[in-house]
Design a protein around this ligand. Sequence first.
Ligand code: NAI
Length: 474
Amino acid sequence: MIKKICCIGAGYVGGPTCSVIALKCPDICVTVVDKSRDRIAQWNSDKLPIYEPGLDEVVSQCRGKNLFFSTDIETAIQEADLIFISVNTPTKTFGNGKGRAADLKYVESAARMIAEIATNDKIVVEKSTVPVRAAESIMNILRANNKPGVSYQILSNPEFLAEGTAVQDLLCADRILIGGEDTLEGQAAIEELCRVYEHWIPRENIITTNTWSSELSKLAANAFLAQRISSINALSAICEKTGADVSEVARAVGLDSRIGSKFLQASVGFGGSCFQKDLLNLVYLCECLKLPEVGRYWQGVIDMNEYQKSRFSAQVISSLFNTVTDKHISLLGFAFKKNTGDTRESPAIHVAQTLLDEGAILHIYDPKVEEAQIMEDLSPLGLSDLKTRINIYHDAYTATRNTHAIVVCTEWDEFMELDYKKIFSEMTKPAYIFDGRKILDHDNLQRIGFNVQTIGKKLTRAAISRVWGSQTQV
Ligand code: NAI
C-alpha cells in the first residue's frame, strides 16, 4: 500500500500532478522535490512558480497537510514507497542526436540519486516524456547499483495534461496510462499505482499496457495533436489563396464524427515545451530504427509549423509596406497559449525576433509573462539596443498606444473584450491588426477603420492589392 510519494521535479508537470494527487488522496503524503531552491521557495510562497487556473486553491488546501515542497531530496527519496520522475527532458543541444534526440541527463541523474539513496524497495515511475525504451536505461542504472535487499519496479505513467487547463485535466483525465513489466512483480506495481489514481479516476479510464507501448503512446499522442494543427494550418494557406475560409472548412470537416472538431483551430502555429520536442524525438527514433520514410512523415509536421510562423511574420511585414524599420508594433500575448505564463517555443518569440531583425520597435503585453522572461527569450538575438527596442507594458491599452500595428500572438480571452474603438483612436494611421489566433471580430474591426489581416481567410480587396502591389515592387 502506497503511503508516501516523492516526486523529483517541481515543474509544470510535477507540481500540479502531485498537488492533485495530494488533494484526492488525503491518506497519502506527497513530497515534491527539486534541485532548484528558488522554485521550491516559490512553491512554498503565495506566488507559485507557474500560473494554472485553479492551482492556487488546490495547493493552499493541501500544502503543509499532506503536500510538501522541499529541496531535501535525500529524505524524500528515502521515505517514499513510490517515486515519480518528472524532470525535464529537453532536446539535446550537442553531441549525437543534437537538435533531435531527447537529452536524458536529468532522468539519468534522478535514477542515480535513487540508486544511491534508497535502502528499501521502490516503485519508480517515469512521468517525464521519454524515448521508447528509456525505462530500460533507468532499470539498468538502478539494478547495476543495487544494494542488498532493495528491489525496484519501473513503471511508465506519461502525463497528458495540457498547460492552461492542467488542474481540470488532472481532475477529469480522459485516461490514465500505466505501463509495466509483464511479471508478477511488475503487475503488482501497476496495481499499486492504479490504486492511487482510483481515489478519483474511474477504473475503466485507467489503462495498462506494456512499458514500451506506454512510452510510445505519449509520443504518439503529441504527434497526432501537433499533426492536426499543422494539417489545418496547411489548409489555411490554401484558403488565403482561394477565398475559402479556414474556420468554415474546419467546422465542416470537424462535424464528421470520425474526425471531430477539437484541435482544428488555424493559427500562427503551435508552441509549448512538448510538441516540437516530442516530434523531434519521434523523428530521431525513426532514424535510429532505420525507418527514414516514417521519420520524414513526422518531420513534415514540424516543417509545416515553421512555415506557418514564417508565413505569418512575412505577411505582417509585407502588409506594412514591406518595411517595419523604426515602426512601433504591439504584440498582444507572449505565452505559447492562453492561461499560462509559459513561453517555451512560443510562436510569439519567432514573430518578435523576425520583426526585431527587420528593425521594428516592439510594445509587448502579456497578462501572465514576466518582463524578465520576455527579455531572456529575445536576448539570443544579440541585439545591442535590445532594451531600447523592446517596451513591456502591463495593459493592452498602453501597449497599443501610438503603434502602427497590433499583432495578436496569444488567444487570451481579455483580447476579445478590449475597446478597439478607443485603441484605434490612439494608434498611428493607417492602423493594422494581424490576428494570429483568429479570436477577434474582424467585421467590427474593419468597421472601426482597422486594416485587418488574419490566418486562413482571403484578404479584403484593399489589402490584397496592397500585398500584390508590394510584392511586385520586390
Ligand atoms: P520543467 O522544466 O517545468 O520542470 C522540471 C523540473 O525538474 C525543474 O524544476 C528542474 O529543476 C527539476 N530537475 C531536473 N533534474 C533534477 C534532479 N536531478 N533533481 C531534482 N530536480 C530536478 O519541466 P515540465 O514542463 O514539468 O516537464 C517535465 C516532463 O514532463 C518533461 O519530460 C515533459 O516533456 C513532460 N510533460 C510536460 C508537459 C507540459 O505541459 N509541460 C505535459 C506532459 C508531459
